[in-house]
Design a protein around this ligand. Structure first.
Ligand SMILES: Nc1ncnc2c1ncn2[C@@H]1O[C@H](COP(=O)(O)OP(=O)(O)O)[C@@H](O)[C@H]1O
Ligand SMILES: [Mg+2]
Length: 249
């Protein structure tokens, strides 16, 4: 069963040419798919269409069999910048999606604390965002996206601003968290090695269209050493070539 089902969606900003052009994409329940492509090729627009933040000019999106007509609580979204509220302590930032919907319970607080603990920043819950490093802020944004127990996680280059070591740590933590919850994930990145490390399948986007799809038949859980594996590097090369290859006539 496909948890996310995108059929023939297109989108144009105003009267301009389509920046997402007839994209089809199915993600089975619990699968982790990555979208790679150069800056400006339409990745963020596609993610916003999947989230119901933009309305497609053609085609449709279904999540868990139901048409998407706006943002919904069973979908978590992580933006490229952590977008934390700097006047709220870390724990309150994580609880934000719950507090926007109603009262925050003691269980909600306990769950937020547990998520921060799982993400390795349990001791920082009383700090303010400006007192955190970039990697710690990203961890808070991930906890905030997970607090509602989403079945689908949409992530837009969430680690792009981080140093390589921190990024690799967060990749491992993210894989552990989503595997434990059978979360379906669509993750946008321009980093090919990140995409191959995380994904069951990598889609390469160019000029608004998906121009290649690459399976990643590597078992899970995936260890950091995988990055030195010949098979892993061969898959990265395949993806790189798909990104470089000219569009078919
Ligand atoms: N709000 C907007 N209004 C007009 N054009 C936009 C807007 N947002 C993005 N675009 C254009 O749409 C194209 C795709 O953008 P985007 O989806 O952000 O690409 P990516 O995330 O791959 O960098 C780009 O050419 C960009 O300039
Ligand atoms: Mg983008």
């Amino acid at each position: 069963m496909n948890f996310l089902d995108i059929a023939g969606i297109s989108y144009a900003y105003g009267d301009e040419a389509s920046v997402v052009d007839a994209v089809d994409w199915d993600i089975p329940t619990g699968a982790f798919h990555c979208l790679v492509g150069r800056s400006g090729c339409g990745k963020t627009t596609l993610l916003k269409l999947a989230a119901g933040l933009l309305v497609p000019s053609a085609g449709r999106v279904r999540i868990d069999g139901r048409p998407v007509d706006g943002p919904r609580p069973d979908v978590g979204f992580v933006f490229q910048a952590p977008t934390l509220l700097e006047w709220r302590p870390v724990l309150e930032n994580v609880l934000l999606p719950i507090s926007l919907r109603g009262a925050v319970s003691a269980e909600d607080r306990a769950r937020a604390g547990e998520l921060l603990h799982l993400l390795g920043i349990g001791d920082l819950e009383a700090r303010y965002p400006l007192e955190l490093s970039g990697g710690q802020q990203s961890r808070v944004a991930i906890a905030r996206a997970l607090i509602g127990g989403p079945d689908l996680l949409l992530m837009d280059e969430p680690f792009a601003a981080l140093d390589a070591m921190t990024r690799e740590e967060l990749q491992a933590d993210l894989l552990d968290l989503v595997a434990a919850r059978t979360t379906t994930v669509l993750f946008v990145t321009h980093d090919i090695a990140e995409a191959v490390f995380l994904a069951d399948r990598v889609a390469v986007m160019e000029a608004g269209a998906i121009r290649a799809r690459l399976e990643v038949p590597i078992a899970r859980p995936r260890a950091a050493e995988l990055r030195h594996d010949a098979r892993f590097n061969a898959l990265c090369l395949d993806a790189r070539q798909a990104m470089r290859a000219p569009l078919a006539a």
